[in-house]
Design a protein around this ligand. Structure first.
Ligand SMILES: Cc1ncc(COP(=O)(O)O)c(C=O)c1O
Length: 466
């Protein structure tokens, strides 16, 4: 009997099945399999209700960078709860944690920026980005300069606007997305989309040539912004091809198009720098943060804009009477206090230095699977990486149905004590940033056993397994 089947029989599982509508879940399969009930965590590990331990290979959803039992964050929350458990920041009200957090983000970001707006999720941050771009161009008297270009395969969230920026068909189909005015250009995944023998540089040149053609076809005076995640998460932790962002940014400058950088999964140390903006030499006009901003202990996100954007928005708010955007919990004081403490811990403990120290071992182990018959590509940067699973290394063909092999592997990984989420045709890794070299070995040892099981399953003709 599998752990899941056992869970299915106990009452907690049945209560879940009777009451919870799960995000990002095949809801019918869930009824069959039952929930995975998480009851505790420590460091890079979590435990389920049966007391089984798992290494969290993705830090939850790329977010619990400081692990699962950080007392300093718990204390920060309790302290702020006692001082002032809740207040808003509308009509000029504020609380001390918001001020401290905004100052801290502006201080540590490697480019001069203007102001920080707070929200509660990455999706809300990116929805806010769209609205700011529109507000900004209306204020400048450019009501036609409104289109925003994203990339196929991008992930920016699921709300109406952010879900439209996301470039995954599964997020659009049946949801009537994308909304008008959101365009998608090529996915910069060299392994999947380069021509035979095309170098990364030539691939980047071709793709950015296509981007320029798209801008010209739409009319540069109608294109307002371009948004990008430095490393693309949802297609399996894909770093940009060499010279890509340099070429993209030259085109954006040429046509007066704002550059929105989505640091939601890369920010706060993941790539071996505090921000991927440094790793890839980016010059954003506006930046989105979430997830690691609070080490995922509280829901909070942020949009940081340049002083120039802020000045335009401020004048427009004066003209209209107010800047009529914001959430009840924009800058919730407890979330802000926890986020500020998380950044302080990253600094005090030199987490970025730690990532740089252990990343070579992580990348070495990751890349060692490139020669495995099931792995088409191993790729990554810092403490993030993806392994693309293929049925045929020569043709790069995936298994059918789509996603079935990474999904099977993930089930095997659970049996071997590893959480490794399947994304597109890949297995991804982004463990808590505090992971040690010994734990990195443990992660990949557990993965290797799952990969061997998957290879045996493939060789036996991929029999039905659920
Ligand atoms: C790059 C990126 N942006 C935005 C989001 C959306 O964040 P949230 O799920 O908090 O809305 C995600 C979530 O994974 C993400 O990876």
């Amino acid at each position: 009997m599998t752990q899941r089947t056992m869970s299915r029989q106990n009452s907690t599982a049945n209560r879940d099945l009777a009451s919870v509508l799960h995000p990002y879940t095949n809801l019918v399969r869930h009824r069959r399999r039952g929930p995975f009930i998480v009851t505790g965590g420590k460091g890079v590990y979590i435990w389920d209700e049966n007391g089984r331990q798992y290494l969290e290979g993705l830090a939850g959803l790329w977010c619990a960078g400081l692990g699962y039992n950080e007392e300093a964050l718990i204390e920060a929350a309790i302290k702020q709860m006692r001082a002032m458990p809740t207040y808003h920041s509308f009509v000029g009200k504020t609380t001390l944690p918001i001020i401290g957090l905004a100052e801290k983000i502006l201080e540590i970001f490697p480019r001069p920026m203007g102001k920080v707006f707070f929200a509660n999720s990455g999706s809300e941050a990116n929805d806010t980005q769209i609205k700011l771009v529109w507000y900004y161009n209306n204020a400048l008297g450019r009501p036609h300069k409104k289109k925003i270009i994203s990339r196929r395969g991008a992930y920016h969230g699921v709300t109406l606007g952010a879900g439209s920026l996301t470039g995954m068909p599964i997020n659009h189909t049946a949801f009537d997305l994308p909304i008008a005015g959101i365009l998608h250009t090529d996915c910069p995944h060299h392994y999947r989309y380069a021509e035979p023998d095309e170098s990364e540089e030539d691939f980047a040149t071709r793709l950015t040539g296509n981007l320029e053609k798209l801008i010209l076809a739409e009319g540069p005076d109608t294109v307002a912004a371009f948004i990008a995640e430095p490393v693309m998460g949802a297609i399996g932790a894909v770093p940009p091809p060499r010279t890509y962002f340099e070429k993209v940014q030259a085109i954006l400058r040429k046509y007066d198009i704002l550059f929105i950088v989505d640091e939601v999964i890369c920010g706060f140390g993941r790539t071996g720098n505090m921000f991927a903006t440094e790793t890839y030499d980016l010059q954003p006009d506006s930046v989105s943060f979430a997830k690691m901003l609070s080490a995922a202990y509280m829901p909070i996100s942020a949009v940081m804009v340049s002083q120039q954007i802020y000045d335009v928005i401020a004048d427009e708010s004066n003209k209209l009477g107010t800047f009529a955007h914001g959430f009840t919990y924009s800058g919730h004081p407890v979330a802000a206090a926890v986020a500020l403490r998380a950044i302080e811990l990253i600094e005090e403990r030199d987490i970025v230095g730690h990532v740089r120290a252990v990343a070579p071992r992580f990348q070495r182990r990751l890349h060692s699977y490139a020669s495995h018959p099931l792995i088409g590509e191993a790729r990554g940067v810092g403490l993030m990486g993806g392994l693309e699973i293929v049925a045929d290394k020569a043709t790069k063909a995936s298994f059918s149905p789509a996603g079935s092999a990474p999904f099977y592997l993930t089930l095997r990984a659970e049996e071997h004590g590893l959480i490794a989420r399947p994304l597109s045709e890949a297995n991804c890794f982004a463990p808590p940033l505090i992971i040690t070299e010994r734990e990195i070995d443990e992660l990949f040892d557990r993965y290797e056993r799952s990969l061997d099981d998957t290879y045996a399953w493939v060789k036996s003709g991929c029999p039905a397994h659920e």
